[in-house]
Design a protein around this ligand. Structure first.
Ligand SMILES: *Cc1c(COP(=O)(O)O)cnc(C)c1O
Length: 429
């Protein structure tokens, strides 16, 4: 397999782009080598500029849940394009997507569309503060909620991969209202509530996805919601990754927990820039123009993006691929575990439906500290063997792999073969 053209573009890209990437998760810092440059994608496959074909388990970090370039999505986007790209005024498409979203999430009477997950969460946080009249937010170490200042502490994958403690450029003042707790540890949250009566909300990824996949144990989420509400705070579910992915109604539906405020992104736009936050009327009516919480956006509710979202979610609902995801996810999980056993490699696989990833460790992984016991050197070797054998993975131990509904039996064979080669390589270091 050759990567010559990618290497050339990487060198060229370094001149006017920082690290030749527009998001640090796309850099290959933690696995070594140069980032691949992509030319095109279709269905479950992605192709780099050197013409190499890969089974795509990144799918743009989640959004392409139907696979790439689904016929209906492409048709809808093209149709919207012909009417104009942006109007700075309302369109019917916004109302349509809002209904699909509010129907899927029973706690949402109203929703506001924005352009990214980061924007959805920073607005959701502002809303929690506006609604409660309090200032502080509890977040969990290892959870990532976008790159807003206030939550850029103990924030998982991108930062973990680069071993940065937080981020430069974030003033202390910006994080002074952020309290850190440990995932799956209710006591660590209780302590904050005991010491502080100025807590507006608790924000969580209902399935951790940015420290690798971490699943809430026992009744953690239900208990968390109760604890927050008992103390006059709201529970904010950051379902940017899990919304429409864990199941159509997100991780909340799957786990039977209902948050007060929900933030969405990724799948909701089907590859176009869409984010959203929503809640029951009592909370959402704090947002301008009804209420006094200001939040705005020149391109928010963009007609092409709305068309992408409507067509993706409509098709997703029709396909209802969640049982298929469970089945295929389980097959890949077994492939990973049995191959690791065959080559005597210590491996833990965490999976929730169509989100999964292996950790090169012996210990179970239920929080960020345990995730960090994974041997990232082994992951680097594993990653490159997977690439060389035709499977595109996120270049980080701490990112989830995502399934899409276009995956077929042949793809699973490619994955099984690649895993065999990769585990063998790992067993030799
Ligand atoms: C991806 C992600 C975000 C940020 O979304 P962007 O669209 O990248 O700004 C926020 N929260 C979670 C849980 C995410 O996975």
């Amino acid at each position: 397999m050759k990567f010559k053209k990618s290497e050339k573009l990487y060198k060229k890209g370094l001149k006017n782009l920082v690290g030749a990437v527009n998001s640090p998760v796309r850099a290959f810092s933690s696995v070594g080598g140069n980032p691949l440059f992509i030319k095109k994608a279709k269905g479950s496959k992605i192709y780099d500029v050197d013409g190499n074909e890969y089974v795509d388990l990144v799918v743009s970090y989640g959004p392409m849940i139907l696979g790439h370039r689904h016929k209906k999505v492409e048709k809808a986007a093209k149709k919207a394009l012909k009417n104009g790209y942006s109007f700075g005024a309302s369109t019917e498409a916004e109302i349509k997507l809002a209904k699909i979203v509010c129907d899927a999430f029973p706690e949402m009477d109203k929703v506001r569309f924005v352009n990214s997950g980061t924007e959805a969460v920073l607005s959701g946080i502002r809303l929690a503060r506006a609604f409660t009249g309090k200032d502080k937010i509890i977040k969990f170490s290892g959870c990532y909620h976008g790159h807003q200042d206030a939550l850029l502490v103990a924030a998982g994958s991108g930062l973990a991969t680069l071993s940065l403690p937080g981020s430069k450029g974030v003033p202390e003042g910006a994080v002074k209202n952020t309290l850190i707790a440990e995932y799956n540890n209710l006591e660590s949250v209780e302590k904050h509530f005991e010491n502080d009566d100025n807590i507006a909300g608790v924000i969580i990824e209902p399935i951790g996805g940015n420290m690798g996949v971490v699943i809430p144990q026992n009744n953690f989420l239900k208990d968390l919601k109760e604890l927050a509400n008992k103390n006059g705070a709201v529970l904010i579910a950051d379902e940017v990754m899990t919304g429409f992915r864990s199941t159509f109604g997100g991780a909340q539906e799957k786990l039977g927990v209902i948050a007060d405020i929900t933030c969405l992104g990724k799948v909701i736009g089907g590859g176009f820039p869409v984010g959203a936050y929503g809640a029951r009327n009592e909370i959402m009516e704090n947002v301008a123009p009804i209420g006094g919480m200001y939040q705005a956006g020149t391109l928010s509710g963009n007609p092409i993006a709305m068309a992408g979202g409507i067509s993706t979610l409509t098709e997703l609902k029709k396909q209802n691929p969640y049982d298929k995801f469970e089945e295929i996810g389980n097959i890949i999980e077994i492939i990973l575990l049995e191959t690791a056993k065959k080559y005597n490699v210590d491996l833990v696989v965490n999976r929730f439906g169509s989100m999964m990833n292996p950790f090169f460790t012996e210990s179970k992984v239920t929080n960020f500290e345990e995730a960090q016991t994974s041997d990232t050197e082994k992951f680097g070797v594993f990653f490159w063997e997977m690439i060389k054998n035709g499977v595109f993975l996120p270049p980080s131990q701490f990112e989830a792999w995502f399934l899409n509904s276009a995956i077929c039996d042949k793809d699973i064979k490619v994955i099984a073969n690649a895993v065999d080669k990769a585990m063998l390589a790992v067993s030799k270091i």
